[in-house]
Design a binder for this molecule. Structure first.
Ligand SMILES: Cc1cc2nc3c(=O)[nH]c(=O)nc-3n(C[C@H](O)[C@H](O)[C@H](O)COP(=O)(O)OP(=O)(O)OC[C@H]3O[C@@H](n4cnc5c(N)ncnc54)[C@H](O)[C@@H]3O)c2cc1C
Length: 507
């Protein structure tokens, strides 16, 4: 049993989907996960009488039955949609920038979104309509690129997807300016930037718009029993398809042969699994830096050229009063110091200056997610430098407490709702927690940062060049679709199918 067609290392979102795709393609698959449970960040945990969602705010591009998005289509074809109970998210988001007097609650639905934007910013309608139109054109171009595995016919691109080519190398702010969108409307529409972890002066417009229109046009959903429910559903599917999953099993080494390609995987404890195909759901930094010997210099250089995206911090609160009693009105808040995302990004480089947050009160989507008369919240931020790496061990607990306090103060001040005196359970995850839990360098939770030369489009179009080692492909946040739930699932889909192709080519 120690020989498999493919070994998937890591049961995060990308690894789980890749394993299902491989099995559907007829491969014999082993999935190894170092933890005792699946999901990576897509999990839940209990404290007292609360079960906390570990990461997911809402699932993008899933949509309700009848208006399903690409993620629903993917889940349908994987055979997992019906294994999960879904709840809709009520509103898109509320963005508050107190210092600028900005407080906007935005709905789902293209028309409702445009109307609401117009009510906040009279005169913004035309530019918002163009934004959505452009977004649809860009999605069509991305679908074409995916269907060709990144190897596109440039004449088709120019003829049929001209606006994609035209906007492809511009940032969010450059394109919104050219659409003549008023500044306040840009500030509102840009609020999702922290979900991609790169600021709007640098973030690729095509990447951003394709995410935003997916959220707005389809609405967002969440699994009733937290993201852990999705991860478990995927494990069930892997087993139904005859795949093996070994928990508490860490892959330590990827063995290579004379051609530099994959020959096997050595597990912690020394057991060798023979395989010629590995899908790694962990970062290339870890794989090339620790798990493989004799990695060619060009691969090391290419890997090191990439920039780590945000390191995570999340505070989880179980409150002994209901959301109504506490005056928590919304599901999803973005609280910023400034709507200038480049300035905000700078503030997020230091522990002392970062209290920006994306905060969720899950009861607003799923009222029964916590016991009657209580509520459940989680507050997430990103650090855009390795500032937590400078915290001395003896200062660690104090620093956690300081940031938790900053976050609570911020939420109370910005929303007017008083939560501090109702805290029954509190738990805090820092970059150290994430580094320890998923093994990602510096505690990153967003893979590699989207940059001009290394954003969604370049990565999708350079998939062939990025495939550097025979038999080794990557799935998840560090892969070609970048980070986030939907992206990690899609990368697992692409990588799984590509690996099936590799196996078939080998005969
Ligand atoms: C607090 C927080 C909030 C977030 N909010 C959102 C959100 O609202 N929306 C959104 O889209 N995204 C969100 N994200 C990001 C999202 O969770 C990630 O992008 C996504 O889950 C990454 O999936 P992945 O496939 O890269 O796997 P990961 O979750 O990174 O999992 C990798 C898995 O591989 C395992 N592993 C690693 N090395 C080995 C090894 N050597 N052997 C065996 N197993 C190994 C790890 O244990 C882990 O289980 C959030 C993340 C966090 C932490």
């Amino acid at each position: 049993m120690d020989r498999y067609d493919a070994v998937v290392i890591g049961a995060g979102n990308g690894g789980l989907v890749a394993a299902i795709r491989l099995l559907q393609g007829g491969a014999k698959v082993l999935l190894v996960e170092k933890h005792n449970l699946p999901g990576g960040f897509a999990t839940s945990f209990r404290r007292g009488r609360f079960e906390f969602e570990a990461s997911l705010h809402e699932l993008n591009d899933f949509g309700p039955a009848g208006n399903g998005g690409d993620v629903r289509d993917l889940f349908d074809s994987l055979g997992v949609t019906d294994k999960v109970e879904w709840v809709p998210i009520p509103d898109a988001y509320r963005v508050i920038v107190r210092s600028e007097g900005l407080d906007a609650l935005m709905p789902f639905g293209k028309q409702a979104f445009i109307d609401k934007l117009e009510s906040y910013v009279p005169g913004s309608r035309l530019s918002a309509e163009r934004f959505f139109e452009l977004g649809e054109q860009i999605r069509a171009a991305q679908a074409y690129t995916n269907s060709r595995n990144g190897i596109v016919d440039s004449s088709v691109m120019v003829k049929e997807h001209g606006n994609y080519v035209r906007t492809g190398s511009y940032s969010v702010n450059e394109v919104l300016e050219s659409l003549k969108m008023p500044q306040k409307a840009r500030d509102i529409i840009n609020a999702y930037w922290c979900y991609l972890g790169a600021h709007c002066d640098e973030l690729s417009f095509t990447h951003y718009v394709s995410m935003v229109i997916r959220y707005i046009t389809r609405g967002a959903m969440a699994p009733k029993m937290r993201s852990h429910e999705i991860s478990l559903a995927m494990c069930e599917r892997i087993r139904e398809l005859g795949g093996d999953i070994w928990f508490n099993t860490e892959a330590e080494k990827i063995v290579t042969g004379a051609d530099g390609g994959v020959e096997g995987v050595i597990l912690k404890g020394g057991r060798l699994i023979k395989t010629r195909h590995v899908v790694a759901n962990c970062s290339p930094h870890v794989v090339y830096g620790r798990m493989m010997d004799g990695v060619p210099e060009r691969i090391v250089r290419a890997t090191n050229a990439r920039k780590f995206a945000g390191r995570g911090f999340c505070m989880f609160l179980g409150l002994n009063k209901s959301a109504d009693e506490l005056g928590i009105e919304n599901h999803n808040y973005f609280l910023y110091d400034t709507s200038n995302s480049a300035k905000q990004y700078e503030l997020m480089k230091s522990i002392d200056t970062n209290s920006a947050q994306a905060t969720v009160c899950l009861n607003r989507a799923h009222p029964d997610c916590s016991p009657k008369g209580t509520s459940l919240m989680y507050f997430t931020t990103l650090y855009m430098s390795d500032c937590w790496g400078d915290v001395k061990p003896e200062d660690y607990a104090r620093t956690k407490e300081k940031v938790a306090n900053m976050m609570i103060d911020r939420f109370e001040r910005d929303t007017g709702s008083k939560i501090r005196d109702s805290i029954e359970e509190i738990s805090v995850a820092t970059p150290m927690t994430y580094a320890h839990y998923c093994g990602h360098p510096e505690g990153g939770i967003y893979g590699y940062e989207s940059q001009y030369w290394d954003g969604l489009n370049p990565r999708l179009q350079m998939m062939a060049e990025d495939h550097q080692t025979r038999g080794l492909r990557f799935a998840g946040g560090y892969s070609m679709r970048l980070s986030g739930y939907s992206s990690a699932y899609f990368s697992g889909d692409i990588t799984g199918r590509q690996t099936v192709g590799d196996i078939k080519k080998e005969g």
